[in-house]
Design a protein around this ligand. Structure first.
Ligand SMILES: Nc1ncnc2c1ncn2[C@@H]1O[C@H](COP(=O)(O)OP(=O)(O)O)[C@@H](O)[C@H]1O
Ligand SMILES: [Mg+2]
Length: 270
């Protein structure tokens, strides 16, 4: 479905005397994502993850290389299938217009698609899907907690029934309890709607929970690509280090946390 071919991107370093000097941010990135698959992209801060997501969404131009969706370039594909690609970013505060109510925020992309029928019922259904009370619809973004607002962004992102979603550290600022809830929702959506994901994160736990394939991005290059079941076969040093740290500190522990959260949620009935 998504094909990224030999992508390069650099930025001006800035400063008057360095006009010509550029920082290479992405170098020779190639990978593909099949329909219905979830590919995880992991890399430390500054490794180029957000730059890559902006290129894939067509928000910025590549220096070299191509991004194709079902064989079309992004602009063509998005015109052909409006609303079928959506994105959720880490910074939910800037993703939601502060002057809009929650209902208006969720309704916005639907209006753009001219889907006006049964809108109210559909929005209520979306709120329910992301685990939010309908009472929040009349509130403004600053009246919601970070976790609630990020779920509003998620509701909006799924409202247009996308086929592909890019999530750039969309869960990173949420606490584990909410992360689990959203991961489960994303999993359900993948199963029910055959959604395709590019899931970007800086921690392995969330990635392994959801993804079938994992790409390791290090200093602008993909240094390793592994299927979820093959993580122990990592050859690259960076990938191995990352995996080792998870196995020693998190591995079992994190799974216990997930299990606990699920249990707590069931107990409090949310
Ligand atoms: N618009 C931009 N102009 C200049 N430099 C940028 C721009 N966007 C990103 N960079 C630089 O590219 C590198 C990678 O950034 P980013 O893609 O945000 O990484 P990540 O999301 O993995 O933390 C950083 O060194 C950052 O400073
Ligand atoms: Mg980023």
């Amino acid at each position: 479905m998504l094909e990224v071919m030999d992508l390069y991107k650099s930025y001006h370093k800035g400063g008057f005397f360095s006009l010509k000097s550029r920082q290479e941010v992405l170098q020779g990135i190639s990978f593909s994502v099949k329909a219905g698959e979830c590919v995880g992209l992991i890399g430390e801060s500054g490794s180029g993850k957000s730059t890559l997501s902006r290129l894939i969404l067509g928000l910025e131009k590549t220096d070299k290389g191509e991004v194709k969706l079902e064989g079309d370039d992004i602009a063509t594909w998005r015109k052909k299938y409006p609303g079928q690609m959506s994105a959720v970013f880490q910074d939910y505060n800037t993703s939601a217009n502060p002057r809009f109510t929650i209902e208006e925020i969720i309704r916005e992309p639907l209006f753009a698609l001219q889907q006006k029928t049964e809108l109210r019922a559909f929005i209520l259904e979306l709120m329910d899907k992301v685990g939010l009370s309908a009472k929040l619809l009349i509130r403004y973004p600053h009246e919601l907690s970070g976790g609630q607002l990020q779920r509003v962004c998620l509701a909006r992102a799924i409202s247009t029934r996308p086929r592909i979603m890019v999530l750039d550290e969309a869960l990173s600022s949420l606490d584990v309890y909410i992360q689990v809830q959203i991961l489960e929702l994303l999993r359900d959506l993948k199963r029910d709607l055959h959604l395709t994901y590019l899931f970007i994160a800086h921690d392995l736990q969330t990635i392994t929970y959801l993804c079938d394939q994992i790409l390791f991005l290090y200093q602008g290059r993909i240094v390793e690509q592994l299927a979820k079941g093959e993580l122990s076969n990592a050859k690259n040093e960076y990938a191995k280090r990352l995996l080792a740290s998870v196995i020693t500190f998190g591995g079992q522990g994190q799974r216990v946390v997930y299990h606990k959260c699920k249990q707590i949620r069931q107990e409090v009935g949310v």
